[in-house]
Design a protein around this ligand. Structure first.
Ligand code: 13P
Length: 271
């Protein structure tokens, strides 16, 4: 399957709480070798290591000029102060971090991150000049109760409240159904498309059709080499947010290749 599109796809690797900085260096070196044969004009790649790895990963990306965007998994919505354990946007920017995941379901579910704090964090990321990847998605219970669209509408609308008008170009959304994360049961490409299209429609009604048209929306949740191509072939799925499969250079690069292969013509020629 192939598609053409004006939205350059992103394949983002969320390492979660895996790999110390030495292991991170090994993974990055293995990934760099494989990316030599990848057409990185067709696909953007980011990695989101734990905070303790950022400095080492930044060093390798810079020294070897790797076509990889450095990302973080989370940050505080506050600038500085007595907030034990937190890391600010400014600290990340000093490490050349360009992109931050905001409101991952593990932050929402395990650490009590509310819609309001998600919005404030997105706002902090944007005012610090970084890109925010806002994660949204329903639980299994919400899905079974037919509440998926309602949950997505609420989460997307709430997050956009933290995005100043005109700053939307630095925002991506990631649809990550919680029941698909780490379970090996990914959403079907049809379900992923329906949810991503719904997210785009919410952005369109909250902002404008043209803002929605250029904003990238990723899918995440048990994305693997064997479903990557089918997922991004969908009209409204503009890339993948990958957990487990991003910890292995071979599987992550296979997914990047599958996405690049799906985008048949250079970005900008489509539509
Ligand atoms: P898995 O790819 O391991 O299901 O994780 C998805 C995810 O949560 C990425 O942020």
């Amino acid at each position: 399957m192939s598609r053409t599109n004006h939205r350059i796809p992103l394949v983002a690797g969320n390492w979660k709480m895996n790999l110390d900085h030495v292991e991170a260096i090994h993974l990055l070196q293995a990934l760099a070798l494989r990316l030599r044969t990848t057409d990185t004009t067709k696909v953007e790649v980011s990695v989101h290591p734990p905070f303790t790895d950022l400095r080492s990963v930044e060093g390798i990306i810079g020294a070897d000029e790797l076509p990889i965007t450095l990302g973080a998994q989370h940050c505080s919505h506050l600038e500085s102060g007595a907030f034990t354990g937190e890391v600010s946007v400014g600290m990340l920017r000093r490490l050349s971090v360009k992109m931050v995941l905001v409101g991952h379901s593990e932050r929402r579910e395990l650490y009590g991150m509310t819609d309001e704090v998600v919005a404030q964090t997105a706002g902090a990321v944007l005012s610090g000049g970084l890109i925010a990847v806002v994660c949204v998605g329903e639980t299994a219970e919400q899905r079974d109760a037919g509440e998926t669209n309602e949950v997505l509408t609420r989460q997307v609308t709430a997050a956009l409240a933290g995005v100043p008008k005109g700053a939307e170009a630095s925002v991506l959304f990631a649809y990550e159904p919680i029941w698909a994360i780490g379970t090996g049961v990914a959403a079907t490409e049809v379900d992923a498309q329906v949810a991503c299209a719904h997210i785009r429609s919410v952005i369109s009604s909250e902002r404008s059709a043209s803002v929605a048209d250029v904003m990238r929306i990723l899918y995440g949740g048990s994305a693997k080499p064997d479903n990557a191509g089918d997922l991004v072939a969908q009209e409204d799925v503009d890339g993948l947010l990958v957990g487990g499969a991003s910890l292995d250079a071979e599987s992550f690069s296979a997914m990047i290749d599958a996405v690049a292969a799906c985008y048949g013509s250079p970005a900008g020629n489509g539509k």
